[in-house]
Design a protein around this ligand. Structure first.
Ligand SMILES: Nc1nc2c(ncn2[C@@H]2O[C@H](COP(=O)(O)OP(=O)(O)OP(=O)(O)O)[C@@H](O)[C@H]2O)c(=O)[nH]1
Length: 353
């Protein structure tokens, strides 16, 4: 519920104390007497609505006793109108004006209602008094509008700050999401990242291609670690990751599945391209050199691959490529093997996650 901005109901006194100064919405004695005399008297019960926001206004109201709450809505503060104050006067100054607030009686209220015709007659019969009333009322309305503009400006600034921090949160979220899907050592996609890609695979599929999977495993990596130390071991892993990345097109997903096992999920034209990529990786790895270690120890990889059967899932693709990898390892490593086409049609990706 909006807060209530109470307007002073007392007559304020000028600093020098010589003359009483009326607050903007207060009527002087002669003004109140005049409006009370010509206006229609109406008693209002607590909770009764005098007018609603959006209604076409026809009259101004003067409060003799009790309190009226003006509810502007849209998060703007409500206003209280008390004895000898007026509200709804805008309709008398500009024709066919719609109400900008709901006016609700907070307690038993006595009102005097001045309509358009009565007001016009008063302008003719009491021009001096009415001019004074209108002048004061106008300056109040202008001040109110200025206040409103200020408060809207402030709200706008607050909103900009909120928007800014939301943008930051979004950036942090996407950074966190990227980190969760990335292998820290090599910067490639990790297993989780690959699974997330698989969930949205349909969005990335290129027409006229088939999916192909290569599993790449370092040969005798334990020995490299043992002989050269883990730091060199890490360097080797990073270098292999680069070779896998080099063999990947922009629509492919190179990943480190863990330890010394890498994967390359590709969109290829057929088995020939799959073999060409495997050959490229093997050749790239052969050319790698690691100062202080590589002299006596070659680095090589074994690769198992296969074309991914349509309708099958990751578990099937992985198991076919893994069987081929096992064969390549069995032949002493440093080579690749491609699995025969697989006809198995099974369920969804979720069987592996
Ligand atoms: N430096 C380093 N070593 C790792 C990392 N993750 C796993 N390893 C090591 O990788 C080695 C993998 O050993 P194995 O699974 O026996 O594989 P391999 O020695 O390559 O044997 P083959 O695959 O049969 O040729 C282990 O010694 C792990 O400690 C890593 O992040 N950094």
């Amino acid at each position: 519920m909006a807060s209530v901005q109470a307007e002073p109901t007392k007559i304020a006194h000028a600093a020098h104390g010589a003359r009483a100064v009326l607050l903007p919405r207060q009527l002087s004695d002669p003004e109140f007497a005049l409006f009370a005399r010509v206006g229609g008297r109406r008693e209002v019960q607590p909770g009764e609505i005098i007018f609603r926001r959006g209604e076409l206004g026809r009259s101004m109201f003067i409060v003799e006793s009790g309190q009226i709450q003006l509810e502007f809505g849209d998060g703007m503060p409500d206003k209280l109108i008390g004895p000898r104050e007026f509200f709804g006067e805008l309709v008398l100054f500009i024709g066919s004006h719609t109400r900008v607030a709901n006016a609700v009686a907070l307690n038993p209220v006595v009102l005097h209602i001045v309509d358009h015709d009565t007001f016009d007659e008063l302008i003719a019969s009491e021009p001096r008094l009415l001019a004074q009333f209108m002048r004061r009322s106008f300056s109040y309305l202008v001040a109110s509008e200025q206040q409103l503009i200020q408060s809207l400006k402030r709200r706008n600034e607050d909103l900009m700050v909120t928007l800014d921090s939301l943008r930051q949160t979004r950036t942090q979220l996407s950074t966190a999401q990227r980190l969760v899907q990335t292998d820290e050592l090599t910067g490639l996609c990790n297993r989780r990242g690959l699974y997330m890609f698989l969930e949205r695979l349909a969005e990335y599929r290129l027409p006229g291609t088939v999916l192909g999977l290569l599993l790449i495993d370092l040969d005798r990596f334990k020995q490299i670690n043992d002989r050269c130390g883990h730091l060199i071991g890490d360097q080797v892993l990073r270098a292999i990751a680069e070779e896998v990345q080099n063999a990947a097109a922009s629509t492919d997903v190179p990943a480190r599945l863990g330890g010394d096992e890498f994967a390359l999920l590709m969109q290829v034209t057929g088995e020939e391209e799959l073999r060409a990529r495997a050959t490229q990786i093997i050749a790239g790895v052969h050319a790698l050199r690691f100062p202080g270690c590589n002299e006596g120890l070659g680095v090589s990889v074994s690769i198992g691959g296969g074309l991914c059967a349509d309708g099958a899932d990751w578990a099937v693709w992985y198991s076919d490529a893994d069987a081929a990898l096992y064969e390549a390892k069995g032949r002493g490593g440093d080579g690749y093997e491609v699995a025969p086409p697989h006809g198995n049609q099974s369920g969804g990706l979720h069987s592996v996650i």
